[in-house]
Design a protein around this ligand. Structure first.
Ligand code: AHG
Ligand code: MN
Ligand code: MN
Length: 352
C-alpha cells in the first residue's frame, strides 16, 4: 500500500523539519475496506470481481445513509409510507433502500440473482454474474421515525462455477461473505469465510476504513441478554425457565433492530434471541418459527457470529448455518451470540 505522503513526512521529520510533525498530526492515512479486500483476494489467488460487487454494496450503503439523513432534514421522517407535512406521499425508506440496492447491484454486473425482503420473487440481474445476494435493505424500520439507528444486512454466495447453476437457495454454510451496516452510525461489520469478522468505520468522506478484527469477548462481565421481554410469557416453558435461571447474571438490552442489537452483542458478548411464540393468549397469533427471516437476517448474523467465534441455533437446537432454506422468505427462530450461552440453551432446547 502506498503511504507515500506519510513516508515523505517522516523523512522530512528525520531531516529536522518541524512542519513534518504537523503533517503527521493532521493526516492519518487509513487502510480502506477496498485495500483490505484487495489484499485478501490477492493472498488467496481470487478474482477481483468480488471487489466490484462490494464496491456497489458500499455505494448502496452510502446512499441509504444519505436518504436516511435527508428524511430528517426534509420532514419526511414521520410515519414512513404516510403523508409528510407538505402533504406529499412519502416513500417508505425500506422501499427506497431496496431500489438503491437493486440499482447498484445491477450496475455492478456481478450479480446473477438476488433476494430482497421487499419483493416476493427472486430478482435476476446478469446471466454472467458470479454471485447470489440475499438482503434486508433496511432492518428495524420502526426506528426510522425516531431517528434511531437501523441496519442493512446481506449474505453473498457464489454461483456454481463447475456446471449449470441450479438456483437453489443457499444455506448460511454456503455463504462466502456476509455483512451489516449500522445507519447512520457508519459502522460496517463484514465476515469473510474462514478469514474472520471485521469492523470498518465510515469516515467523513464516506470511505470505510480501519479494519479491526472482531471476536466475541470471553469475559462474562460484559455479556448481555437481548430479547423482546414483553413477549416473555409467550415463549415456551423451556425458554422461560432458561431465562429465569440466568436473568440475574446479565444486563438486558433491546434496540428493536436485529442489526443494531447484534452489533452491540458482538462487542459485549451474551445472547440475542427471538424465540418461538407458542403461548400467545390468542393462539392464532402464535409464531412457531418466530419473526425473523432465515436467509437475510438469521443466516447473516449466524455467519458473522461463527467467524467471530460465536454460534447461532434455532428452536430445535440446530445450527442456523446448516438449515437448508425451502422458501426465500421463510422465518426462523434465532439464538445467537457467545458460544457457551448458545450451546447451553441449545442443549435445553434439544431436551438434553
Ligand atoms: P424489519 O425492519 O426488516 O422488518 O425487521 C424488524 C425485525 C428485527 O430487526 C428486529 O429484531 C425485530 O423485527 C423486532 O421485532 P419485535 O418488535 O417483535 O421485537
Ligand atoms: Mn429486518
Ligand atoms: Mn427490512
Amino acid at each position: 500500500m502506498d503511504h507515500g505522503f506519510l513516508r515523505a513526512a517522516q523523512e522530512c521529520r528525520k531531516s529536522g523539519n518541524p512542519r513534518a510533525k504537523q503533517h503527521e498530526e493532521i493526516m492519518r492515512l487509513e487502510n480502506t475496506f477496498m485495500h483490505f479486500l484487495l489484499q485478501h483476494q490477492l493472498a488467496h489467488s481470487r478474482t477481483l470481481n468480488f471487489l466490484i460487487l462490494m464496491e456497489s454494496v458500499l455505494t448502496a450503503a452510502n446512499y441509504i445513509q444519505y436518504y436516511y439523513n435527508m428524511g430528517a432534514i426534509h420532514g419526511n421522517i414521520g410515519e414512513s409510507g404516510g403523508i409528510n407535512i407538505q402533504g406529499e406521499q412519502v416513500m417508505r425508506l425500506d422501499l427506497m433502500a431496496h431500489q438503491i440496492l437493486t440499482h447498484y447491484l445491477s450496475q455492478s454486473r456481478q450479480v446473477l440473482e438476488a433476494t430482497s425482503e421487499e419483493v416476493p420473487d427472486e430478482i435476476r440481474f446478469n446471466d454472467e454474474g458470479r454471485y447470489i445476494v440475499y438482503f434486508d435493505p433496511l432492518d428495524g424500520s420502526s426506528n426510522v421515525k425516531h431517528s434511531l439507528p437501523v441496519g442493512f444486512l446481506f449474505g453473498i454466495a457464489k454461483r456454481n462455477l463447475e456446471g449449470p447453476e441450479d438456483f437453489h437457495l443457499r444455506q448460511g454454510r454456503e455463504f462466502i461473505a456476509a455483512g451489516m451496516f449500522i445507519i447512520p452510525s457508519g459502522i460496517f461489520t463484514f465476515g469473510i469465510r474462514d478469514a474472520g469478522t471485521w469492523r470498518f468505520l465510515r469516515d467523513d468522506s464516506g470511505v470505510y476504513v480501519r479494519p479491526t478484527r472482531v471476536i466475541f469477548p470471553e469475559d462474562r462481565k460484559s455479556w448481555e441478554l437481548c430479547f423482546n421481554s414483553s413477549k416473555r410469557n409467550q415463549f415456551s416453558k423451556k425458554v422461560n425457565d432458561w431465562i429465569t435461571a440466568h436473568e440475574g447474571d446479565f444486563n438486558f438490552r433491546y434496540a428493536g433492530s436485529l442489526a443494531v442489537d447484534f452489533h452491540r452483542l458482538l462487542h459485549n458478548g451474551g445472547m440475542f434471541m427471538y424465540p418461538a411464540i407458542v403461548n400467545h393468549r390468542n393462539p392464532s397469533n402464535n409464531r412457531p418459527n418466530g419473526k425473523l427471516r432465515l436467509m437475510y437476517e438469521c443466516a447473516v448474523v449466524a455467519f458473522l457470529a461463527h467467524e467471530a467465534g460465536g454460534m447461532a441455533v434455532n428452536e430445535a437446537g440446530d445450527e442456523i448455518l446448516d438449515v437448508k432454506p425451502e422458501d426465500r422468505h421463510q422465518r426462523s427462530t434465532l439464538y445467537v451470540g457467545s458460544k457457551p450461552l448458545v450451546q447451553d440453551i441449545a442443549a435445553k432446547l434439544r431436551g438434553k
